[in-house]
Design a protein around this ligand. Structure first.
Ligand SMILES: CCCCCCCC/C=C\CCCCCCCC(=O)N[C@@H](CO)[C@H](O)/C=C/CCCCCCCCCCCCC
Ligand code: CA
Ligand code: ZN
Length: 278
């Protein structure tokens, strides 16, 4: 009976050929590209710097508290996503059962933390009266989901991917109430990257025979890059709406680094004088 740590003991094997480029790395390109989530960590200090230079200068009395708060939120989101990248790399390097579970459970728990902290109160179920109650609901749901994930691990990734549809619905609800064109642009770009990402993920799982026939089985490695780009636009949106709900006296503004005119930009949250648009 192979150990749960054994190479290729996972219930899932991606399209890329195994051990083609290394004797210790099962899926070379999936492993290398699995590190893209770390890149999100590198962008956090930039976001913090921008908040201090462009945003919080107008609220010197809160420079430490408020700028740190938003940067902290953004950093927490990106740090959780960055740590996630470790398990994805281990999973593709070994294709082990433990690697698969660590990868999927870390996504589940990262989503649980993100929902617990940043799910808008206006969408709480009627029976939930406070953020503390929502924490408990999220915790219980996550523990039950964790136990259920051992039943049929091959289904876990499909269930996790369905959470993106709920995020799309939340985004749509928020955009209906918001007339800030920059928010709509960031949301649109986030969705485009996600559509490309999920198309690559599904393509790798369901059309592997076709891609192997033309010797191009790399769509899952594209998924890692594309979902990281989608998250890069998702995080500032989450922080933007969180500030609107939780700090109504401030007006967050989405900025683009290096500048609006560049074709590929890094979105960030800055602070503006307090007046409402969304
Ligand atoms: C108010 C709620 C705020 C939620 C903010 C969203 C926080 C997202 C945090 C973590 C998601 C990490 C997803 C990256 C997965 C990388 C690892 C990976 O690729 N694993 C695969 C195997 O290598 C595995 O097959 C994939 C499993 C499913 C991933 C499910 C991701 C769902 C969430 C995606 C969020 C996209 C944002 C855009 C939504 C339109
Ligand atoms: Ca493979
Ligand atoms: Zn992967």
């Amino acid at each position: 009976m192979p150990s749960i740590f054994s190479y290729q003991s996972a219930e899932v094997d991606w399209c890329e050929g195994n051990f083609e480029r290394s004797t210790v790395i099962a899926e070379y390109y999936n492993t290398v590209n699995g590190t893209t989530l770390f890149s999100l960590l590198l962008l956090t200090p930039l976001n913090f710097l921008v908040l201090r230079v462009l945003g919080c200068g107008t609220f010197p009395e809160l420079q430490v508290n408020h700028g740190t708060f938003i940067a902290y939120n953004s950093q927490l989101l990106r740090k959780r996503a960055g740590v996630r990248g470790v398990f994805s790399v281990y999973f593709h390097m070994t294709l082990s059962y433990m690697g698969q579970l660590l990868d999927e459970l870390s996504i589940l728990w990262t989503l649980a933390v993100a929902y617990s902290f940043w799910y808008p109160r206006v969408y709480f179920p009627r029976c939930i009266k406070s953020r503390k109650h929502f924490f408990w609901l999220s915790g219980v749901t996550t523990v039950i989901s964790t136990l259920m994930s051992f039943i049929k691990p091959a289904f876990n990734a499909y269930v996790l991917n369905c959470i993106a549809f709920h995020l799309l619905y939340l985004t749509w609800c928020e955009l209906k109430k918001c007339n800030d064109k920059r928010v709509h642009r960031v949301a649109a770009v986030m969705v485009v990257w996600w559509v490309l990402a999920i198309s690559s993920w599904i393509s790798d799982r369901w059309l592997c025979g076709l891609w192997q026939a033309i010797n191009f089985p790399y769509f899952h490695s594209f998924w890692h890059l594309l979902i990281a780009m989608s998250l890069l636009y998702c995080f500032p949106l989450v922080i933007y709406f969180d500030v609107n709900y939780e700090m109504p006296s401030f007006k967050p503004k989405l900025g683009y680094w290096p500048s609006d005119s560049w074709p590929v930009v890094v979105p960030y949250v800055a602070l503006e004088e307090p007046h409402k648009q969304c």
